[in-house]
Design a binder for this molecule. Structure first.
Ligand SMILES: Cc1ncc(COP(=O)(O)O)c(C=O)c1O
Length: 411
């Protein structure tokens, strides 16, 4: 059954053209002529807008009566998210963003003073700041390795990680895909290395889920956290944590809340004195669901990922790679230096470049925006991130915009 059709059946009156690779028909109000910024924030599709509107209408009509349908919606979503990352629904906890998943684990492990945690220089701060705070709180030692030669000499970098593991690491924290240059990390190798040395792997997967394959149970990833507003095409304010079943029993749910306990709602429906504070916290990933959730955001997330499920992340990645192929050579001819990984397995949805030396990047970005091309410049790289709704037909417009944007500075 098509995930989109299943949703449309629940949204009476919503009519949409078929979601097809390369079609932007679901984004009728998008201003940019070419939107290459899905690694930053995806614009909500017509289906996402319809799903939010329908849930909002339901709350407006029925008030608390809408809650149980929203709970059922999140259970459907939990199963879909689990499927996307090679997990089971019971491995998933729904969250407000990626950071909350990092926090849950950074404050959820049974740390010993002096435990060492490895982070990577160049990671998005989501996967660093919570570990710094945990280091201060629990007396951990934070160590950093550079990401610099991961793209060019993966074997050497893995050796450096192994050298750190030999000294002794409790946990390695890494992004599945690097936000600055799109490098897809060798997670299966990293997790095997970690486990050989008794360490665990934490993965920030927001730049991967929906476009780059991940297999939490198959590869043995210990913890994975993700937000919804990039490749999953939901809105901001939602995300999820996945915990490997072998790790869940050892978690210390220090950040538990009223909805983290077994049968948390019972007292709302039973008689007087049915409320007490002795209920055990659920020993499952969903203990992170601590209080009232972002119901509208999770409705949006289900609608954002429905076309991904129908089109298939593998087909989407191949489609996006074809766009990268068409952009990379001509942009290099124009003086940009490509940061794209040589190996196909290390590629992702992000195509990034160093700007030409004579070009001021913020000014280039502004000029591209004026020419109708939406891109980003994280940490000094020009980042282009097309998704299923971009097409090869847009490539000439991007190149023309680049020519005009470069000419403005070289004039
Ligand atoms: C690699 C990476 N991690 C995390 C985030 C964001 O984290 P959060 O969902 O907590 O805002 C981003 C971008 O915003 C990112 O690129």
């Amino acid at each position: 059954m098509s995930a989109v059709q299943d949703l449309l059946d629940r949204l009476p009156g919503t009519e949409l053209p078929e979601a097809a690779l390369g079609s932007r028909a679901w984004f009728p109000d998008l201003q940019a002529r070419v939107y290459l910024n899905h690694a930053a924030v995806s614009p909500p599709s017509s289906l996402v807008r319809a799903a939010i509107a329908a849930m909002l209408d339901d709350y407006a009509t029925r008030g608390v009566g809408a809650v149980m349908d929203a709970v059922a919606q999140r259970e459907r979503l939990r199963a879909q998210l689990a499927g996307l990352v090679g997990a089971h629904p019971a491995d998933i906890g729904l969250l407000p963003n990626t950071t909350h998943g990092v926090l849950a684990i950074a404050h959820g492990l049974d740390w010993k003073r002096g435990d060492r945690v490895l982070c990577f220089e160049g990671e998005f701060p989501t996967n660093v700041v919570p570990w710094q705070r945990a280091a201060e709180t629990y007396g951990l030692e934070l160590v950093f390795e550079s990401l610099d030669d991961f793209g060019s000499d993966m074997a050497r970098t893995l050796e450096r990680v192994e050298a750190q593991l030999r000294i002794g690491l409790r946990l390695v924290a890494v992004s599945a895909v690097q936000f600055r240059d799109g490098l897809a990390m060798p997670l299966a190798e990293l997790v095997a290395l970690c486990h050989n040395h008794g360490a665990e792997l934490f993965v920030d997967a927001i730049q991967a889920v929906g476009i780059v394959p991940l297999d939490l149970r198959g590869w043995g990833i210990d913890y994975l956290s993700c937000g919804s507003h990039k490749w999953l095409m939901g809105t901001e304010g939602c995300g999820f944590l996945a915990v490997h079943p072998d790790r869940v029993a050892a978690l210390r749910p220090r950040l538990a809340g009223w909805l983290s306990v077994e049968d948390p709602l019972d007292f709302l429906f039973a008689g007087v004195e049915s409320m007490h504070y002795r209920k055990p916290v659920r020993q499952r990933a969903d203990f992170v669901e601590v209080g009232a959730p972002n119901a509208l955001g999770f409705a949006a997330l289900e609608a954002g990922l429905a076309p991904l499920l129908d089109l298939g992340p593998e087909a989407i990645l191949a489609h996006v790679q074809a766009i990268h192929d068409a952009l990379e050579g001509p942009l290099v001819e124009r003086g940009l230096r490509s940061l794209r990984a040589g190996e196909a397995a290390a590629r992702s949805g992000i195509l990034a470049f160093w700007p030409p030396e004579d070009i001021d990047l913020p000014r280039l970005l502004a000029a591209l925006a004026e020419e109708g091309v939406s891109a980003s410049i994280p940490d000094g790289r020009l980042r282009l991130s097309p998704h299923w709704c971009n097409s090869l037909d847009q490539v000439p417009a991007v190149l023309e915009a680049m020519d005009r944007a470069l000419a403005r500075q070289r004039r």
